[in-house]
Design a protein around this ligand. Structure first.
Ligand code: FE2
Ligand code: FE2
Length: 288
């Protein structure tokens, strides 16, 4: 079966890319299951329940989150009630939601999706290796097709987790840096791996935010409002081929596609007050 994993969806432009492209990509590439990181989908930071519903409508089966999981408080009840969204497993146990889920793909194959945060330059509460290990124990025989979204800043955090899990999960994909890496591979034990899926959203930007604002903030030290950029829409991710009988990956292909201009007239309704979660309030430099 073919599993599509999509890198961080940023703001309305990122959601628009999925609205325009995902159904066609699913049909053309024979995709059986879609996992997308949506921690930046609401105005560049966090996710709302309404947007989660839209992402599902566009074709996303399970959403993973990251360090911005709690930026929108309205998401908190959904983290507990939905089995189609996961938050990092190594947050404090008091944080709502689950670090993994097992859901049936439309073809009937159970798919487990896990999420963990790296520790280098991140605010992980616990050790990600132990947290992932506990999730895998609970999953047990419930799923052979298993994917981990390792949301981490450091390449070493992701590579170490990939090799730690090699042969025990179908794929480990990195997210968070918003820059796609060219190191996709199948590890010796049969785990598909990429250090970072990249970003689904405006690539004429700095990590999805307006170039002028980020340059100004970082070059002067004066905080700016990091608005979501608008141009250079692309979808980033990988397609992993998995043998559902064994859970082993047999192929991994990187996806880095521009949004078709032909579909450019199609537009999604903006959600009220979504683009900047704190209009007028500068963000801390670097907090993207
Ligand atoms: Fe992100
Ligand atoms: Fe992140």
């Amino acid at each position: 079966m073919n599993v599509l994993l999509i890198g961080d969806v940023v703001g309305r432009p990122g959601r628009q890319v999925l609205h325009r492209m995902l159904r066609r990509l699913i049909a053309e590439r024979g995709i059986d299951f879609v996992i997308a990181n949506a921690e930046n989908a609401a105005g560049g930071s966090g996710l709302t329940p309404q947007m989660l519903g839209k992402l599902h409508a566009y074709g996303v089966d399970v959403v993973t989150m990251g360090d911005h999981v709690l930026r929108r408080r309205e998401l908190i009840p959904v983290l507990d009630s939905s089995d189609r969204i996961v938050r990092p497993a190594n947050l404090l146990p008091t944080v709502p939601g689950n670090g993994y889920t097992v859901v049936a793909a439309p073809n009937g194959v159970p798919v487990a999706v896990l999420s963990a945060l790296g520790r280098t330059y991140m605010k992980a509460a616990e050790d990600p290796f132990g947290a992932v290990e506990r999730c895998l124990t609970r999953i047990g025989e419930d799923a052979r097709v298993i994917f981990l979204d390792m949301h981490a800043e450091a390449t070493s955090d992701k590579l170490a987790m990939g090799y730690y899990l090699d042969g025990r999960v179908s794929g480990m994909v990195g997210t968070h840096t918003h820059v796609q890496t060219a190191d996709e591979r199948i590890l010796p034990g049969g785990t598909a791996y990429i250090t970072d899926l990249g970003m689904t959203g405006p690539h004429h930007s700095i990590l999805g935010r307006r170039i002028d604002r980020v340059v100004e903030a970082l070059s002067t030290g004066i905080p700016q409002l990091f608005e979501v950029a608008k141009e250079g829409l692309r979808i980033n991710g990988v397609i992993v081929q998995v043998d559902p009988a064994t859970g082993r990956a047999t192929g991994i292909e990187r996806i880095n596609l521009p949004a078709e201009e032909a579909a450019g007239t199609e537009s999604i309704e903006p959600d009220e007050n979504e683009e900047n979660d704190h209009p007028g309030k500068p963000q801390d430099s670097g907090e993207i």
